[in-house]
Write a protein that binds this ligand. Structure first.
Ligand code: COI
Length: 353
């Protein structure tokens, strides 16, 4: 099945007004957006239209009961001026996993993929050519029924926005291990990319920022011992030459960049362990000189080195980024595939033009 998409173009592109030198993550939006509504379980004819406000009611149930989920993905411009998407089908699948958890109807693959491809084709001039830049793509799906009863909405809106972006973190990230608040518990909705998971993180993160940190490392909700993930990315460590990362569970987001890094590490014969990692283990490894690296991985963050980990009043500094052989190799290999400088032996790339 292919979706027929009505396309309404902008009268004049805003691209010429964009200043790449001052670009901030998620602040500039390209000319068009994709919009599809689902009413009483029936998908209406989707459209591509100029980016801008959409009518909404203050009674729409997403605002009251949080049926709102999203994805993060990217389009890259290659050296020979091709535009390519990285693992879009994995974002599609994860969006529907989140939808199921939030009692929202699944999005048909034809609507997601056709909408995505036609939107990126139309706004391909917005995919930056500068090194390290890309077009960030934000699919968002939310409940639109005007209703205050606590039950699934009868109508939903699926929108895809795009936004040219450089680095999410300009510098290595200072993270604080959060010892009071937790992000998600087993059986909760931590694995869903639900707006509420991010809303709940903002107050603890704000407090960490007031202490000079950029982000948190969340711990498990049951024992407050094991590292879960960071606010905008999954976390990975190198301990004694092994790449160690928290095993997935219902409280963690199954990051697509996380999965890509683990597959790349496997292909490079880097030993990988997916398991519980307690913060005491990290501190002990640091004291013994065995904690060689810590970094975050995510679509927006890409591979972001962590410069220090704060825990119970003490900062544990990591080695200089230039000395981090494993993550530098993995980050380069990932970027080479994304930007088309290396063969895509994993089948991750979808070419747009
Ligand atoms: C992403 O990496 O795409 C995310 O969604 C994380 C964050 C920017 C909210």
């Amino acid at each position: 099945m292919t979706a027929t998409i009505d396309i309404q173009r902008v009268k004049e592109s805003r691209l010429a007004m964009l200043d790449f030198a001052t670009l901030q993550f998620g602040k500039e939006f390209s000319d068009h957006m994709f919009v599809a509504d689902c009413i009483d379980g029936v998908w209406q004819e989707p459209k591509i239209m100029p980016f801008g406000p959409l009518p909404s009611s203050p009674a729409q149930s997403a605002l009251h009961y949080g049926q709102a989920i999203f994805e993060g993905m990217k389009a890259f411009r290659t050296a020979d001026n091709q535009i390519q998407l990285f693992r879009p089908i994995d974002n599609f699948n994860r969006l529907n996993i989140s939808a199921e958890r939030m009692a929202m109807p699944p999005i048909p693959e034809s609507i997601f993929m056709e909408g995505l491809l036609q939107l990126i084709k139309l706004d391909q001039a917005w995919v930056p050519a500068q090194e390290g830049y890309s077009l960030y793509i934000r699919p968002v799906y939310y409940a639109t029924e005007e209703a205050l009863g606590v039950r699934p909405s009868s109508s939903y809106r699926f929108v895809i926005l795009t936004s040219p972006a450089g680095k999410y973190y300009a510098d290595p990230v200072k993270v604080l291990v959060e010892t009071e608040y937790t992000r998600a518990s087993e059986g909760g909705m931590g694995y869903a990319k639900a707006a509420g998971n991010y809303g709940g993180s903002l107050h603890p993160t704000k407090m960490a920022k007031e202490k000079g940190y950029d982000q948190l490392i969340w711990m498990d909700a049951k024992e407050h011992r094991f590292a879960e993930e960071s606010g905008t990315m999954n976390v990975m460590f190198v301990i004694d030459g092994k790449l160690v990362t928290p095993a997935l569970s219902s409280s963690k987001l199954a990051g697509i960049t996380r999965d890509s890094i683990l597959k790349l590490a496997g292909s490079m014969n880097i030993p990988v362990e997916e398991r519980n990692i307690s913060v005491e283990e990290l501190v002990a490894a640091h004291k013994a000189g065995h904690l060689q690296d810590a970094f975050g991985v995510g679509t927006a963050a890409n591979l972001s080195p962590i410069s220090l980990i704060g825990y119970e009043g003490k900062d544990y500094h990591l080695p200089p980024v230039a000395e981090r052989a494993i993550s530098n190799r993995l980050g380069d290999a990932l970027n080479d595939i994304k930007y088309g400088n290396a063969a895509d032996t994993f089948g991750w790339i979808l070419k747009v033009n």
